[in-house]
Design a protein. Structure first.
Length: 630
């Protein structure tokens, strides 16, 4: 996405802040809480959970019923629409998390069916353990032969070193003979190799029990995680405290639920107000030249904009867009406004007598960076015109249209006409890279990010860049972030052992480092003329990191498995913990802003960080060629 979010602080008189706070805390947030409970308590909720989504109109219908109640009445229409959108967003996110947990649970359950002791495998297939080992050796040779023939010479070495478990899982599921299935299971539980020592039954029992506990924990998470509202009055917390101090829990699970509620940090800030259309905000200048904003439903209230110089130009552009449209008597389309949507929220600063005094208002605006220049605006215009034309074609293909459809088609035709009158914006030619030059990225423990720029026509690497080289003078921030995370981890561990609150606030230093890395990666790719950035797919990130740690442990302590396990555990606790998904999201966002394509590719399990980055780039290029041939 080429969209980014900018923020500013809103300043308004006390009466305005008080009115808005009461609307948000006494009307809107209780309405959202009621809508959430309405969805959760719906008789079809379990069916929606299994399906992974809720009906699109269920929240709107429920909100329409609640509008007439005195406790929720008196809100601007935009606030009701915002409540619907917030609840829809909450449940869409929740269902997505549930699906992810369900997939993990299914994977763990499948693993439990595969994970069997040597004696069980012998009993299932009716063959000796030696026969199973011989079949396992044959399977490994078959997989090695397949990986050699399915990759180029450049990628053979990396592929041979990373015999992924996916081949064995496929062989296990498709096996028709018990011996093949048992041999595949034997390799899977022994990390895709033939062990030299016989199996320790006690250690295997512990390993299986660990997997069973993981399944149990995932099942508990699936059952316990239900969306909840915000208890601004803390009545739920007080009632839980009263129950916990006057009632004996039935079992450990009930005691754990009470403890979680009491230790959880309460939400004392109302839900934000969403403005999904740029027409809901009106911009102006007051007598002293300060930029101001008005909101639909709150037209009589004025909010002054306070922001830094880096973002001020964006807010001035919002004003210019509206002035241009008004001056042309609506000959321009708001679909090309730089502002796309906005969110009005509260932030706590200190403790004072009134909540509207110890909180300040924040306006978050989503903007499309392409609309800053004439070239980017023309690209967006063409995309919107093409999408609108497709919808009109489908509508015109129908024999007859309803009144609603006819009005919709009329609006679309009007929009198409207005799109032909673009805004006058400065020229800024967009970057055009070379398709045969690819910037490949690899992820790891020691080096969270490594960059390799590979040229396809000459089969050579133009440059390698490590995380330290990418950050340059900002590298000390990375070391500071590592120290902060280690301290936070230690504090959290102590609090958990003592049964105290363990949710500590964290700084935004990690996000700042992600942005610095994203900027450095994109700038380096542009410097060498890359046409795309190949990023690793995160579906096997756990295997990648685990293999890297295991290889380090074997190198440090060869031949001593117990010491290797202790080293791995200690190394995990000391090494920097990185949010790889967040980092790749920042790189993707920055690349899209600079007209750099993003390609996803598998990262091998073993090899140096530079070799992995090179492999990702080459594999992305090979995948691109395969798609073109098909």
């Amino acid at each position: 996405m080429s969209q980014v979010t900018i923020q500013c602080r809103l300043v308004a008189p006390e009466a305005t802040r008080r009115h808005l706070w009461k609307l948000a805390s006494e009307k809107n947030t209780p309405l959202i809480n009621e809508l959430i409970q309405g969805v959760v308590n719906h008789p079809d909720f379990e069916a929606w959970r299994q399906k992974g989504r809720h009906p699109v109109d269920i929240v709107r219908k429920h909100c329409k019923q609640l509008k007439s109640e005195a406790r929720f009445s008196g809100q601007p229409s935009r606030f009701y629409m915002s409540a619907e959108k917030v609840v829809d967003y909450i449940f869409k996110s929740w269902f997505k998390i549930q699906n992810r947990l369900q997939k993990r649970l299914s994977g763990k359950q499948d693993w439990l069916t595969i994970l069997k002791s040597d004696d069980e495998l012998v009993e299932i297939c009716g063959q000796s353990l030696e026969k199973i080992k011989q079949k396992a050796v044959q399977i490994l040779k078959d997989i090695e032969r397949k990986t050699e023939t399915s990759h180029t010479k450049e990628t053979q070495t990396s592929s041979q070193k990373s015999l992924t478990r996916s081949h064995l899982f496929k062989r296990y599921r498709s096996a028709k003979q018990p011996l093949t299935q048992c041999a595949s299971a034997y390799l899977l539980k022994n990390s895709c190799r033939i062990p030299k020592q016989s199996e320790d039954s006690q250690k295997f029992s512990q390993r299986r029990r660990k997997s069973e506990l993981q399944v149990q924990r995932l099942q508990e998470q699936l059952e316990a995680r239900v969306p909840k509202g915000r208890d601004l009055t803390e009545q739920d917390w007080l009632s839980t405290l009263l129950t916990a101090t006057s009632t004996v829990p039935k079992d450990n699970q009930e005691h754990k639920r009470w403890q979680d509620r009491l230790l959880a940090k309460p939400h004392t800030i109302p839900f934000p107000i969403l403005f999904e259309t740029n027409e809901d905000l009106s911009w102006s200048l007051h007598s002293k030249g300060r930029l101001c904003v008005h909101f639909n439903g709150l037209r009589e209230y004025t909010f002054q904009i306070y922001c830094d110089q880096r973002q001020l130009s964006w807010f001035k552009r919002f004003l210019e867009d509206q002035q241009t449209k008004r001056a042309s008597k609506n000959q321009h389309s708001s679909a090309l406004f730089t502002l796309r949507s906005a969110c009005l929220s509260w932030q706590k600063i200190d403790d004072k007598d009134h909540p509207w005094d110890n909180h300040y208002l924040t306006l978050s605006c989503t903007v499309d960076k392409r609309l800053w220049s004439a070239e980017g605006t023309d690209q967006v215009r063409q995309e919107k015109a093409a999408d609108t034309a497709k919808i009109l074609t489908r509508l015109n293909a129908k024999d007859s249209l309803s009144k609603t459809q006819a009005a919709y088609a009329k609006r679309l035709n009007s929009m198409l006409d207005k799109l032909e009158s673009p805004f006058d914006r400065p020229s800024q030619p967009r970057y055009q890279g070379q398709s045969q030059i690819i910037a490949g990225l690899s992820l790891g423990w020691d080096s969270p990010l490594t960059l390799a720029i590979w040229k396809a026509d000459t089969q050579e690497i133009l440059i390698y860049r490590s995380l330290r080289q990418l950050l340059a003078k900002d590298y000390p921030l990375f070391l500071k972030q590592r120290r902060e995370q280690q301290k936070q981890s230690h504090r959290r561990h102590k609090a958990q052992r003592q049964g105290k609150e363990n949710q500590f606030g964290t700084s935004n230093l990690g996000q700042h480092i992600d942005r610095l890395l994203a900027k450095a990666v994109v700038n380096t790719a542009k410097q060498y003329g890359a046409g795309s950035i190949a990023i690793p797919a995160l579906d096997n990130i756990r295997d990648i990191l685990q293999v890297e740690i295991d290889a380090r442990a074997e190198q440090k302590i060869p031949g001593y498995l117990e010491a290797q396990k202790r080293y791995t555990k200690q190394y995990k606790s000391n090494i920097h913990k990185w949010s790889y998904g967040r980092l790749l999201d920042q790189i993707t966002s920055k690349a899209n802003q600079e007209n750099l394509a993003i390609e996803k590719s598998k990262q091998p399990l073993s090899g140096t960080s530079q070799a992995k980055a090179k492999f990702v780039a080459i594999n992305a290029y090979e995948s691109r060629k395969t798609v073109r041939q098909n």
